[in-house]
Design a protein around this ligand. Structure first.
Ligand SMILES: O=c1[nH]c(NC[C@H](O)[C@H](O)[C@H](O)CO)c([N+](=O)[O-])c(=O)[nH]1
Length: 192
């Protein structure tokens, strides 16, 4: 067993509804990661009809793409102690629920969300800024909503590292599988 991977546990996912939100940059890596996560969801009993897959342009958009799955009333920005989204809605003169992406979607029914992106270091500092902001943003969404958001964002220094973490060309291990298992575990625990 790898020194690094999570120690395996089995959790039964037949009652879970899971969303996978993935970026479209570096799609030759994204695709196997998403497939690996979905394979493990199904292996744990999650119904195919309860797995929703959506995409966004890049990893920078992942936090807002995940957050827009929730209605404003499901987002409590308790992290800052500020007014909840409900308070803001009540005081707002604008009907925020009419804004695109703020519809009271059925996202509240999601038991966990997997956010998948592949960031590959280039010649500039762009990588660092996106990586930090995306990770902080996804952490904030999960704490604001109470719905586990599994961090499926690879932050690698070159293509070879990305391939090894997606199990591409028979190399390494597909981390998407770990993210699928984590989503089932956290989704089950959220319902306990
Ligand atoms: O998902 C990624 N987005 C990337 N950039 C796009 C970014 O996520 C946004 O989509 C874009 O800046 C528009 O907001 C990447 N690089 O720039 O290298 C990358 O490697 N991976």
């Amino acid at each position: 067993m790898s020194l690094k991977g999570p120690s395996p546990q089995h959790h039964e996912g037949s009652a879970l509804r899971i969303a996978i939100v993935h970026a479209r940059w570096n799609e030759t890596i994204i695709e196997p990661l998403v497939a690996g996560a979905k394979e493990k969801l199904l292996a744990c009993g999650v119904k195919e009809s309860n797995i929703v897959v959506q995409s966004c342009p890049g990893s920078w958009e992942l936090p807002i793409a995940v957050q827009r799955l929730f209605s404003a009333s499901q987002i409590q920005n308790t992290a800052t102690g500020g007014p909840s989204a409900t308070d803001l809605l009540a005081s707002s003169t604008t009907d925020l629920t009419s804004l695109p992406g703020s519809s009271a979607s059925s996202a509240g029914a999601f038991d966990a969300i997997i956010a998948v992106g592949v960031l590959i270091k280039g010649e500039t500092m762009h990588f660092e800024y996106i990586a930090e902001s995306t990770c902080q943003g996804l952490m904030r969404v999960q704490l604001d909503t109470g719905v586990p958001v599994i961090l499926g964002v690879l932050t690698v220094l070159n293509d070879e590292q990305a391939k090894a973490r997606a199990g591409v060309e028979g190399k390494g291990h597909n981390h998407g599988e770990d993210w699928g298992l984590a989503a089932v575990e956290m989704g089950v625990k959220r319902k306990e």
